[in-house]
Design a protein around this ligand. Structure first.
Ligand code: ASP
Length: 442
């Protein structure tokens, strides 16, 4: 069995929102025998304005925990599953027993995570039945430790053993169990993490993540018209872009597969022929576009410190950073001049304690002047092919200047994987567009 090709396929909520979507997902699974392990989310939105089953379950929990009636919402949930079952034409199958059990659990103050996890649990039961795959309960194979942190090693051991006993199986996403056997979920969107964990344990050749977009976009479609889909991106590039706000995958889903060097393929359930985006451990530099993607965020501030002869004062930087460390502040960038040092940080760190931070900096670092400016936006231009490629920074700076925007800070790491520019928030969209357009052709 080890030599057989194995793909782990995860379907997001919109890919399993109703019977029509279930059919598409099942066709995808059946069209490739390597798709042996399937990880579903709970039913998501069928149309804009619709409810996700997970949100409905949280609402039931809130009502039940305040002693209020929750039947109206609970019945909507039951109806959604019943519609899927009947429209799929699964004979002699019913989740009525589960509904009764969960309703009782709610009445008897079941935990919030347990209630939320039932969305994935029931969807996985239906999908296993429809595909004629085995069902493996995530509670039996995915574990958290006493402190609530995911227990990767125990999980990998037990899950790998379990998978080796099942040729084909459906494993619900989003949850696992605590040492006292209660259910715990990952954070929202956590079925992506389950998929990655299963891929690692199965030693899969590929982790396919089926969603409702045809891959990872090279820029924010709210700012740029019709951005390209990235065909290949490395884990490191993905990390840079996701950090700056571009998301398709749950952040924590990268680690298990990156660790095992398994590529991820983002695919679109509604356009299964589109190749999507391949996320790979490494790609040969020199193939593909110079820029892989552009991402950015507003809401940063800069603290600027000036001191005569700062360049020859030993320990100045350390004292500044110590103040931030004591305040539990992490910073983004640290551009410095001869006699100036700037710290760029998320503005939320300053809320309610600007004076305190300024006076601590004055006390410990004794600068000549110190000031804080807000309203900065950061834009990251990321690309593995920027390494040793001449003219990228020039092109970027030219594009921004032609757009009439002033660059407040520019920072290129020596890894040459990214260039970060800071502009005023008011200029963010203009600069973003100008940068993306300048690199669109290549
Ligand atoms: N159903 C969960 C949520 O809505 C987990 C997931 O879909 O990945 O967050």
């Amino acid at each position: 069995m080890q030599n057989q090709s194995t793909k782990v396929v995860k379907f997001g909520g919109s890919s399993l929102a109703d019977a029509g979507q279930f059919r598409k997902a099942a066709d995808i699974v059946r069209s490739d025998p390597a798709r042996r392990y399937v990880v579903p989310s709970a039913p998501g939105k069928r149309f804009s304005g619709d409810d996700k089953v997970t949100d409905l379950l949280y609402s039931c929990y809130e009502k039940a925990s305040h002693g209020e009636g929750f039947d109206d919402i609970f019945n909507v949930i039951c109806q959604r599953y019943n519609d899927i079952i009947s429209e799929l034409g699964i004979e002699d199958y019913s989740l009525d027993g589960e509904f009764t059990y969960i309703r009782n659990a709610l009445l008897h103050k079941a935990g919030r995570d347990y209630v939320a996890s039932r969305g994935e649990y029931m969807n996985a039961r239906i999908l296993a039945k429809y595909l004629d795959y085995d069902f493996i309960d995530a509670a039996d194979v995915i574990f958290f430790g006493e402190n609530g942190a995911f227990d990767a090693e125990r999980t990998n051991k037990v899950l790998a053993q379990s998978l080796s006993r099942h040729e084909r199986a459906v494993i619900p996403g989003f949850y696992g169990s605590m040492p006292n056997d209660t259910i715990k979920t990952f954070s929202r969107g956590g079925s992506d993490i389950t998929g990655a964990i299963v891929a690692r344990a199965a030693m899969a050749d590929l982790y396919e993540n089926w969603t409702d977009v045809s891959g990872f976009l090279a820029a924010d479609p709210r700012i740029v018209d019709d951005p390209a889909v990235i065909d290949v991106i490395t884990y490191r590039e993905l990390r840079e872009l996701s950090y700056m706000g571009a998301t398709v995958l749950h952040e924590d889903s990268i680690f298990p597969v990156r660790f095992a060097a398994i590529p991820i393929n983002i695919r679109n359930t509604n356009d299964p022929d589109a190749p999507g985006t391949m996320i790979v451990p490494r790609a040969e530099p020199g193939t593909g576009r110079v820029i892989t993607g552009v991402a950015g965020k507003k809401g940063f501030s800069v603290i600027t410190l000036e001191k005569d002869m700062m360049n020859s004062e030993v320990g100045f930087g350390r004292r500044v950073l110590e103040v931030l460390e004591k305040e539990d502040i992490s910073f983004e960038h640290l551009p410095s001049g001869i006699d100036t040092m700037s710290v760029i940080l998320n503005t939320h760190y300053l809320e309610g304690r600007r004076e305190q931070i300024l006076s601590a900096l004055c006390k410990y670092a004794a600068p000549d002047t110190v000031q804080i400016e807000d309203d900065l936006a950061l834009i990251a231009v990321v690309g593995r092919n920027m390494v040793k490629n001449k003219g990228t920074a020039a092109k970027l700076v030219n594009a921004i200047s032609r757009a009439g925007v002033n660059i407040r800070m520019i920072d290129q790491g020596s890894s040459e994987l990214n260039i970060i520019v800071a502009v005023s928030c008011a200029d963010y969209e203009i600069a973003f567009k100008a940068i993306y357009e300048a690199f669109r052709e290549k």
